[in-house]
Design a protein around this ligand. Structure first.
Ligand SMILES: [Zn+2]
Length: 258
């Protein structure tokens, strides 16, 4: 059973040297499907050609909170037209990042552009992929508000908050994206979350080129390292790696490819 990597950034310049060969080689290494996720406004132009070039590559389109100040009406219109493409499965990654941006003014702008993109997800009946760092309270408040109004599911990408907060998202029927951090020695908080969360609400992700698992921590990451993440989850949950791969694959399909 092949792995579904729900969060990659293969358009990143760190893959300029070997992108094509690497992406083509994934299926023979057990990575059956990947969803490449837009971050910057510029990456919006790269996603559709990528999904057309490779059968096993799907996409998510959205603008990361780091680029909130680049979001214009024109960008939102472009986003809508990209989301209408057949292999674009979700709106993302969108959200709030107060780690890199400490100013109140930036927080308000990020909340505005987060909402604009959640509105688009609702309008287009698509799931969302959320990035949230050092913004636990505001993220929960906004996501709760939208879920009440009816949404089409979503993933808390690179989930990094507490077990208690994870329960809130799980109770709303959302999925948690689990990647390399679960293998880190200082990843205790996430390990507790993974033990507690039902396997039926976890999906695998690399966030490559970032967040390589141990023993490659700090190096360029790729989907080829996902077996290390699978092994860590299997140990925490006391079930086989085969079951982790099969169930997370099915979860990703149910959420994204339905
Ligand atoms: Zn990402």
């Amino acid at each position: 059973m092949p792995i579904f990597d729900t969060h990659t950034h293969y358009d990143d310049e760190q893959f300029n040297e070997d992108r094509d060969g690497l992406i083509r080689s994934l299926p023979e290494h057990g990575i059956g499907t990947i969803m490449n996720v837009c971050a910057s406004v510029r990456s919006l132009d790269r996603i559709v050609p990528m999904t057309r070039q490779y059968e096993h590559v799907y996409g998510a389109a959205g603008v990361h909170p780091d680029y909130a100040d680049e979001i214009t009406q024109e960008v939102l219109d472009k986003l809508r037209s990209i989301l209408a493409e057949p292999k674009i499965l979700a709106v993302g990654e969108i959200g709030l990042d107060y780690y890199w941006h400490k100013e109140e003014e930036s927080h308000l702008l990020q909340q505005k552009t987060f909402r604009q993109q959640l509105d688009i997800a609702r309008e287009m009946k698509m799931p969302f992929v959320i990035h949230s760092r050092d913004a636990a309270e505001d993220t929960l408040r906004i996501v709760k508000e939208y879920m009440k109004g009816g949404m089409y599911g979503g993933v808390m990408h690179c989930y990094s908050y507490s077990k208690e907060l994870a329960k809130e998202y799980l109770d709303m029927g959302l999925y948690l994206g689990i990647g390399g951090v679960v293998t880190f020695n200082n990843g205790r908080k996430l390990k507790e979350v993974v033990q507690m969360a039902p396997l039926s609400q976890l999906v695998l992700e690399t966030d490559c080129p970032y967040l390589a698992p141990v023993p490659f921590r700090g190096k360029r990451n790729s989907s080829l390292n996902l077996p290390y993440v699978v092994r860590a989850i299997a140990e925490l949950k006391g079930i086989t790696t085969e079951e982790i791969v099969a169930v997370t694959e099915e979860n990703a399909r149910r959420l994204l490819l339905k």
